[in-house]
Design a protein around this ligand. Structure first.
Ligand SMILES: [Zn+2]
Ligand SMILES: [Zn+2]
Length: 311
């Protein structure tokens, strides 16, 4: 695949924060999220010569949906959510996570759900290896995955660790609902948990034409003005690279930090799901890497082992 610059954004496109009541922070609905993701991955797996990898990811997302009810919400201390969001500190920060029974319960729930399925032998083997690992070591790998220390994570464990962490965090975001309007301003990382975005989306519907970044962990969406780099403070406009001018997935590339984040235009592909379509467009990542750009988004089902670009 080759890519070329398809266009520069026009000055009229939305480049600042909205002055009306367009929400700056939108929570995911975890039960719907994982079901939609699984369905989209299932569909994408049937295209272009049947991808066993995307089919596996679909099964994993469906297992996330099925085990969600077995996972308890960890309640934040009173007032913490309000204070944190008011001061632009992620209330469910990945850096202050103290693993406890929350991890054990969620890991066990995902494993039990998966083991009921008709799994390929290779997948069953990976699960068995994870179960045999000392739980301290496994939790350390989960922490390394959260912190983007991907070189410390066993690559074949990553999707399962990521799946457990996504279930835990998305479940915990539900308690933030009353405080969402306390979030103001822009952020390169998720205002709720401090993780990298997976990509950004130009939405249709209620927030038509507005761009949101989507968290790779808790799936919260937060507002990001268009035509600007989401990774650095460059005042220059970004350029878009894609397979064709009409492709709904483009790489939004910055000439200053040489980072890029994918941007997906929902009006061009209403059935899209950000994490699923990111996994299905890894060819674009390869092409942009060949152009000298470094990915700033993350996908917890697919790690590269490389350090994350940030500024
Ligand atoms: Zn998040
Ligand atoms: Zn930049």
């Amino acid at each position: 695949m080759t890519v070329s610059a398809v266009k520069f954004l026009q000055p009229a496109e939305i480049q600042g924060l909205p002055t009306d009541d367009t929400p700056l922070l939108v929570l995911a609905q975890p039960d719907q999220l994982f079901k939609d993701r699984a369905a989209r991955l299932e569909y994408l797996s049937t295209l272009n010569g049947q991808s066993a990898w995307l089919k596996f990811c679909s099964n994993l997302a469906l297992a996330q949906a099925h085990c969600l009810a077995s996972v308890e919400q960890t309640l934040l201390p009173e007032d913490l959510a309000q204070k944190a969001l008011t001061h632009s500190i992620p209330p469910l920060s990945i850096t202050s996570w103290v693993p406890g029974s929350d991890w054990d319960v969620a890991f066990e729930a995902l494993c039990l759900t998966l083991e009921k399925e008709d799994l390929p032998v290779s997948v069953r083997d990976i699960l068995e290896r994870m179960r045999k690992l000392n739980s301290v070591e496994l939790v350390q790998q989960a922490r390394d995955l959260l912190a983007a220390n991907e070189a410390n994570v066993t690559p074949e464990f990553a999707p399962f660790l990521g799946a457990v962490l996504q279930v835990m965090w998305s479940k915990n975001t539900e308690q933030l609902k009353p405080y969402l309007n306390l979030h103001k301003g822009e952020s390169a990382l998720c205002p709720v948990c401090g993780s990298h975005p997976v990509a950004s989306i130009v939405r249709t519907g209620e927030a038509d034409g507005h761009r949101y970044l989507v968290c790779s962990l808790c799936a919260t969406q937060w507002y990001g003005p268009r035509a600007r780099c989401t990774n650095c403070d460059s005042p220059k406009e970004v350029s878009l690279f894609g397979e064709t001018r009409e492709s709904f997935v483009q790489g939004e590339c910055c000439d200053d930090c040489h980072g890029y984040l994918k941007i997906m235009v929902q009006s061009k592909e209403p059935a899209m799901e950000v994490m699923a379509d990111d996994l299905a467009s890894l060819n674009l990542d390869l092409a942009l890497a060949a152009e000298g750009f470094q990915r700033t988004g993350r996908n917890l089902f697919f790690i590269t082992g490389a350090a994350q670009s940030k500024d």
